[in-house]
Design a protein around this ligand. Sequence first.
Ligand code: SF4
Ligand code: SF4
Length: 135
Amino acid sequence: MAQTPTQHPCLSCGACCAYFRVAFYWREAEPDGIWKVPVKLTVDLDSTYRCMKGTEVKHQNKCVALTGRIGKDAHCSIYQNRPTPCRNFMASYEDGTHNPRCDEARNRHGLRPLCKSDYPPAPETPAGTPQVEKT
Ligand code: SF4
Ligand code: SF4
């Protein structure tokens, strides 16, 4: 019987960090920029964009900030400072919807597409907790 997942699938994957070009507005890597991406881990693409070093050529290499083994224990070494495209990229079914680009990256690294059952169960709401919602 399949085991119930205990962690988010990205925490053992990293495939998209070793597949896509990760380009972002240059100011994200400035000391006063929104995410303070370490500039030494980036390269200039043009006068407007930088990209994560290692991802300049699509589908060829991996981001310099990725550590560990893809599909085993890969993770981002600058997670708190990662640029916007990394923050916006959704794992397939993370928000309930399919992301074919996640599948594409995983497929390149020999990993099967994610499905809803790859996510840990949502924590149970303790009995008696008032139900609230955003209004
Ligand atoms: S900065 Fe982190 S999340 Fe973004 S591509 Fe590199 S390793 Fe992946
Ligand atoms: S390819 Fe998908 S599952 Fe893998 S790290 Fe990227 S978003 Fe997460």
